[in-house]
Every structure is written in C-alpha cells, then in structure tokens.
Design a protein around this ligand. Structure first.
Ligand SMILES: [Mn+2]
Length: 240
C-alpha cells in the first residue's frame, strides 16, 4: 500500500526516551512505507555530524534500518538542528533536503515541504538570528571548534531556551498569511506541509491547503501527516 509519512519537531535529545520509543513504534506500525519525510527539528540541538553520542547512534540506526527495508528517508533541517550535515544523512541512509523549501509531487498533488520558520516573517528577532546562523562562513567556523566546546555551547543554549520556554506554542510566533500566500504562488503548489509552530491543524488558504504538523511531547503526544494516493490526513500519536 502506498503511504508517505511526514513528521517534524521531535526535538530528540538524550532525555527524550518516550519520543524515541514512539518513533520506533510508528515505523513498526507502518510496516510498508514509500517514504518518510522529517521536516526539521528532528533533534533539539545539533553540534556537528562528528557527535557520536549513544542517543544519536541509536536514532541513526533506526533510520538506516528502515531505509534498508526500502523506505526513502528525507531529512530537512530545522531552526534547532540547522547544523545537520551530509555525513549524518549518509550514516542514516537518508537524503538531506535543501534548506527552506522542497517541492514534491505527492501522489499527484504539487506540494511544498518546509520546516516553517521561514513563514514566520513577523518574528523579527528570530529572522535576524537566522540570517547569522545560516551563513555558511559562520557555520563552518562553529563546526571547526572542538566537540567539547560545541557541546558546552549547545548545553548553554538549551538552558536559555528552556528558561524562556521557547518550545511552548504560546512563545512561537505563528506564520504570516502573506508569506504563506506568496509561497503557494511562487512555488506553484496547492499544498504546504510544515511544522515549527507546534500548532497542528489544517488551514485553507487562497492558494490551497496548509497542513501543520505537531511537536512530540509525552504530555500531548504527537501529530504527524499521513499521505496516501486518496487523501492526506493528520494523525495523533500517544507517547505514553
Ligand atoms: Mn522549529
């Protein structure tokens, strides 16, 4: 049976065992899968492809095992795991998608895949930070620092992020409607799929339908996208 899954915002880290188990269970439930699209913030932070923590090795193995069973796996960077690189993608037997936007033909429907942060044009503070951290020179300088230093830096960033409850949807600026309509027009698609805002829902726009995936937490579960040739739907998963 033809099925393609879309997930985002798992925010995996060494303390997210329930999320990791739910990911494994999801891939077991959907034993036949054409493709799995991971639309950003798969990891809560990413210090470089040379990070060999046990948790990263486990997740990598989960993806690679699935790929070996014939599922195409696609990985898009988010605003948290923006430093994910080709080396990790290769180990996970996944294809790293270009930043920001990727257009596919989803069972006949022209569809754009995004993490979603680029649609949040009213978040001026974040867009200013984004311009810095997405600069290849800044990134290569960051990745050239010793692993321990990068881990310490990421740890400090996580503490600051937690203190500000940055993953709480109340603290995430929502998409800008003009940016959404512009994206439909510019890419010539009738469907958008993205995460980032942690507000899972389907929205109707002039340009078409916009499906927002949810983040994964033990408290409220997860919301993923399930596509078949017949339909697209959001599915809620329990992480309990
Ligand atoms: Mn995000």
């Amino acid at each position: 049976m033809a099925i393609t899954l879309f997930i985002s915002d798992l925010h995996l880290s060494d303390s997210t065992t329930a999320t990791e188990s739910a990911l494994i269970a999801l891939l077991e439930d959907y034993s036949e899968l054409d493709a799995l699209y991971i639309l950003g913030d798969f990891f809560e932070y990413w210090v470089g492809d040379d990070d060999d923590s046990a948790q990263i090795r486990r997740v990598c193995q989960t993806l690679a095992a699935r790929a070996e069973r014939g599922t195409d796996i696609y990985l898009m960077r988010g605003n948290r795991d923006f430093a994910l690189g080709e080396a990790f993608a290769q180990r996970a037997k996944a294809t790293l998608l270009a930043d920001d936007e990727h257009v596919i033909d989803l069972y006949g429907t022209p569809t754009a895949l995004l993490h979603g942060d680029t649609l949040c044009t009213d978040d001026h503070d974040y867009q200013a930070i984004r311009a810095v951290i997405r600069d290849p020179a800044w990134l290569s300088d960051m990745l050239s620092k010793p692993l321990q230093e990068r881990r310490a830096f990421a740890q400090a960033m996580r503490q600051a992020s937690k203190a500000k409850a940055e993953n709480d949807p109340d603290n995430i600026v929502d998409v800008n409607d003009n940016a959404v309509e512009e994206t439909f027009q510019r890419l010539g698609v009738t469907q958008l799929i993205h995460g980032h805002t942690h507000r899972p829902q389907m929205h109707r726009h002039q340009g078409g339908q916009r499906w927002v995936l949810g983040d994964w937490t033990p408290e409220h579960g997860a919301v993923i996208g399930v596509a078949t040739p017949e339909a697209f739907r959001l599915q809620t998963l329990s992480l309990a």
